[in-house]
Write a new protein. Structure first.
Length: 138
């Protein structure tokens, strides 16, 4: 129960953070090793051709990994992206994107997350795999 309360507090804090608000991202769910994060399409996130910039989609997916991993580490631990690879499959010019994340490996110092970013119709828009570092807190 304490862990669930902690995750709900994180969800609220993250949703109020400046970067999440800039992109319009919203944490929908955090549970053990998984997360769901949404981001609506908006003109401010487009490149010159009027579709969502890949960097915005990558931010959504990378954030999903961080949130899923937070559910598996001690609150004092610090996590950070080491690297990620992303493939884009479809352009986005409307609607809401949703990142579905699962941590597929967690060791003592690193973790790997797998993310599928889908549009409102459930079509796969992007796929990301990320490696994170885990530093034990004091």
């Amino acid at each position: 129960m304490r862990k669930r309360k902690h995750l709900e507090q994180i969800r609220k804090e993250v949703n109020n953070s400046p970067y999440y608000q800039l992109l319009g991202m919203e944490v929908i769910e955090i549970k053990k090793g998984e997360s769901k994060v949404q981001m609506p399409f908006k003109q401010g996130l487009t490149h010159p051709y009027g579709i969502a910039h890949g960097g915005a989609i990558a931010s959504l997916a990378d954030s999903g990994v961080a949130l899923a991993l937070i559910s598996l580490v001690d609150p004092k631990d610090r996590i950070a992206t080491i690297e990620f690879k992303i493939n884009f499959f479809a352009p986005i010019s409307k609607g809401i994107l949703e990142a579905h994340t699962k941590i597929i490996h967690k060791g003592s110092k690193t973790a790997v997350g797998d993310v599928e970013v889908k549009n409102e119709e459930g079509k796969l828009v992007a796929k990301l795999i990320a490696t994170y570092s885990i530093k034990k807190g004091d």
